[in-house]
Write a protein that binds this ligand. Structure first.
Ligand SMILES: [Zn+2]
Length: 332
């Protein structure tokens, strides 16, 4: 394992390597991008490259320093994570102190802060000065999938490295080494995870397919000879109040199914679909809907999802979705 083994995001990797080689690595870095695409891994690689006993500007993964960094047991490499819901001000106060310690054993102290969006304002404000002028012997790496939730004053003090989702082929390849899924299943996982390996490995594919079947049944019930009672029955599992987590994931599935129906209407190739494995079924469904029905339904689904955070009456909003998808009502 070394820098060359890093997958995806080559421009970022090359930038970091050249900054390391020229001793110009910024001391306050911000890694952004969806979760599961290698942000934390690259931060670990940097920690190793800065402290490896055998290699310069790269790492061997075998020396005592590299090994202890892998085990999160090196005194000069510190991982900071939320305690409970937030990263707290006490954590930031001790970080601000420790940043100024000389390295105990290695060459450089590295502080990796995952989920940096969970810094509350007070905690964030307390490290502004540290981020602005860290000592030469310390590097702070902030990681977030939601950079817009960070205070602008934090963002402006760090050099930003925007990570992109991994190419689907890379995710499929990595899944091959880690799971026993078939090639078709790996393809589906890579697509529904949107290029995030971290997400792909946590998806329970059997459960995902069960929920997708339920959402397909809802789309079918709304498509032909629309009857409200049939559609409401098909939606009942989705709206079950005892299954809040399922509601969220089923809503996500509905979005991707509707998107595929749109793409098919627009004449897209099977390869462009998220649910390419059921392209035939989706092509039939797509022919039963008008563009307007699909657009109206997607709008209501947006409204429903946004409203969930404001305690919108879910039943009413879902009715609206079903009626619009069924072509009974359109935009007000
Ligand atoms: Zn090493």
């Amino acid at each position: 394992m070394a820098f060359d083994d890093f997958l995806g995001n080559r421009p970022i990797l090359e930038t970091v390597r050249s900054q390391l080689a020229s001793c110009r690595l910024p001391h306050s870095m911000l890694f952004t991008g969806v979760s599961g695409i290698g942000k934390w891994t690259l931060a670990q690689f940097i920690a190793k490259a800065c402290n490896c006993l055998r290699l310069k500007d790269d790492f061997c993964n075998g020396c005592p320093n590299c090994q202890r960094i892998s085990e999160n047991a090196h005194p000069d490499v510190k991982n900071v994570a939320p305690e409970g819901q937030f990263i707290k001000i006490d954590q930031m106060r001790s970080l601000s102190r420790e940043v100024f310690f000389k390295p105990f054993e290695g060459k450089c102290r590295i502080f990796i802060m995952d989920e940096a969006e969970k810094l509350r304002d007070e905690a964030a404000n307390s490290i502004l000065k540290t981020l602005e002028e860290p000592p030469d012997t310390s590097i702070l790496i902030l990681i977030t999938s939601r950079p817009n939730d960070l205070l602008p004053t934090i963002r402006s003090r760090c050099q930003m490295y925007p990570f992109a989702p991994l190419p689907l082929a890379d995710v499929e390849l990595l899944l091959q080494g880690r799971t026993s899924y078939s090639s078709e299943e790996r393809q589906l996982l890579a697509r529904i995870a949107g290029g995030s390996l971290g997400k792909a490995v946590t998806i329970d594919l059997a459960e995902y397919r069960r929920q997708r079947d339920e959402m397909l049944a809802l789309l079918e019930a709304c498509s032909r000879n629309f009857l409200y009672a049939n559609a409401a029955r098909a939606a009942s599992g989705w709206l079950d109040k005892r299954k809040q987590a399922e509601f969220d994931s089923k809503t996500g599935i509905l979005f991707t199914l509707l998107r595929d129906l749109f793409l098919l209407k627009a004449g897209a190739e099977t390869q462009a679909l998220t649910h390419a494995d059921i392209a035939g079924k989706l092509a039939t469904l797509s022919s039963l809907y008008s563009i307007n029905q699909l657009m109206n339904a997607t709008q209501s689904l947006d409204h429903l999802e946004a409203g969930m955070r404001r305690n919108l009456n879910r039943g009413l909003a879902a009715d609206q979705f079903v009626l619009r998808l069924g072509g009974v009502t359109s935009n007000p």
